[in-house]
Design a protein around this ligand. Structure first.
Ligand code: TYM
Length: 332
């Protein structure tokens, strides 16, 4: 590792398929950041089991997501790309950090409140302590920056609080991480209920676009996107649907939202919505095609995730050893 580079870490859950929101809010930036930073990225399968998963689907989705990350431009040679459950230090550090995290802090996490409302029949302890595992993911690698969408900000702040608390007792054990949130795409909204974030856990398939959706499906979803009856193509808090479409178009074309407003000024939704759909199709096409290609060679994927886990474990073991020593465990 080059000493002068800062470290970034991020992860995505393989619960269901990834959406345009995951791509614009996170994955796209991961590829862009890997030259400037020492980068580690992981498929967070341990996080995914906080809600019930079908085992065969979880396995398939984990591999598909691993391939998608490479297809999004993450280079497994330059970055460390791995599957969370393959690096046992994540769960081990999470245990230690559990003892430095307060019940009250975890009770305040908005995602816990939302998810426990959505899964009232399965409010398990993992759902509650999930942000501690996330803190362990981040802190194991002496991470400086965590590129995430807006919805993960609170969890990254908790990781920061836990690190500061631990360092306060034992000296400088952890780097203090910061969230790194993109200006455009940090909060891609649902296409059917634009006051909610786009989420793969929604029961309405028209509310989200998947990275693996076929072009005709993407176009159909954008044509059905909820707008308003006012008709103008400009951003406004009163026009959440249109604002979301403008932001998506800007994010995938690299234009500013202002330029997009000008480009479509005087036009109707009948022209605008398909144009957004087409732009998204073109942005996602190479990723979908490359993912499909990568998935045909399972042997190569296996070699890559094994190599990633080995690299990650070497770095993770250094931090865990320090933590165990500080808290008073007898060295192995
Ligand atoms: P997850 O899997 O829900 O989402 C992965 C990334 O996608 C971002 N994202 C969005 N961005 C913009 N608009 C949206 N509608 C949208 N939906 C999701 C998320 O902010 C995230 O960056 N707990 C994490 C995974 C995780 C993690 C970590 C992240 C586990 N350990 C350590 C960072 C560091 C999660 O569930 O993300």
């Amino acid at each position: 590792m080059e000493a002068n580079k800062k470290t970034i870490f991020s992860a995505v859950q393989p619960s269901g398929k990834i959406t345009l929101g995951n791509y614009l809010g996170a994955l796209r930036n991961w590829a862009l950041l890997q030259d400037e930073y020492h980068a580690l990225y992981c498929v967070a399968d341990q996080h995914a089991i906080t809600v019930r998963q079908d085992p065969a689907s979880l396995r398939r989705q984990t591999l598909e997501l691993f391939a998608q990350l490479i297809a999004c431009g993450i280079d497994p040679e330059r970055s460390t790309l791995f599957i969370q459950s393959h690096v046992s230090q994540h769960a081990e550090l999470a245990w230690a950090l559990n003892c430095y995290t307060m019940f009250g802090e975890l009770s305040r996490m908005t995602q816990f409140k939302d998810k426990s409302a959505a899964h009232a029949d399965n409010i398990n302890a993992g759902l509650f302590t999930y942000p501690v595992l996330m803190a362990a993911d981040i802190l194991l690698y002496q991470t400086d920056l965590v590129p995430v969408g807006e919805d993960q900000r609170q969890h990254v702040e908790l990781a920061r609080d836990i690190a500061q608390r631990f360092n306060g007792v034992y000296g400088d054990v952890f780097a203090i991480p910061e969230a790194y949130i993109p200006k455009l795409g940090a909060r891609v909204m649902s296409l059917s209920e634009p006051d909610k974030k786009m989420s793969k856990s929604s029961s309405n398939e028209n509310s989200y676009v998947l990275v693996m959706d076929k072009p005709e499906v993407i176009l159909r979803k954008f044509k059905r996107a909820v707008t308003d009856s006012e008709g103008g193509i400009y951003r406004s808090p009163e026009k959440p649907g249109v604002t979301n479409l403008i932001d998506i178009y800007a994010a995938v074309t690299g234009k500013t939202p202002e330029a997009v407003e000008q480009e479509f000024s005087g036009q109707g939704y009948g022209a605008f919505k398909p144009a957004v759909g087409e732009a998204v199709v073109e942005a996602l096409r190479p990723i979908r095609e490359e993912t499909e290609r990568l998935l045909t060679d399972k042997g190569q994927l296996e070699a890559l995730y094994r190599q990633g886990a080995e690299k990650a474990a070497a770095a993770a073991a250094r931090t865990l050893r320090k933590v165990h020593k500080k808290v008073g465990f007898v060295p192995r």
